[in-house]
Design a protein around this ligand. Structure first.
Ligand code: SF4
Length: 121
């Protein structure tokens, strides 16, 4: 069973991509970067924000999340970096490298791939 943790941009999650619903819908439908789980058992166990610019607390937040779930026996097996980081964050390379170095969990760059075609389309 794959246990999926999504990491996104705090600014975007709070102010733009309200409720992170596109990531959740894409996961439920196994679309976008989640199509890799189409024929697999997989659960979403969290959507974590980076902690705010410049992303220095992301590792602490990952550790805290691991701590909360320790007694439940839940541990992420894959970390997906969402488009809000990949497309906009000037610190994305540092953030991704830190996550890889500190968690030893496979990191996949991508989550939902839904793009708005136009505000008034
Ligand atoms: S560090 Fe990057 S991902 Fe985090 S809030 Fe700032 S722009 Fe967003």
């Amino acid at each position: 069973m794959e246990k999926i943790l999504i990491v996104g941009c705090q600014n975007t999650m709070d102010n733009v991509c309200i409720a992170c619903s596109r990531c959740m819908v894409a996961f439920n439908r196994r679309e976008g970067a989640f199509s890799r789980y189409k024929d697999q058992d997989a659960e979403l166990i969290g959507i974590l924000n980076c902690g705010g610019c410049p992303g220095v607390s992301v590792v602490t937040r990952l550790a805290q999340m691991a701590c909360w779930n320790e007694k439940n026996g839940e541990k992420a097996t894959k970390i997906h970096i969402a488009a809000c980081i990949l497309d906009h964050c000037p610190e994305k390379e540092t953030i991704i490298e830190k996550i890889k170095a500190k968690t030893a969990i496979e990191v996949i760059e991508g989550a939902h791939e839904y793009k708005p075609e136009g505000l008034f389309a």
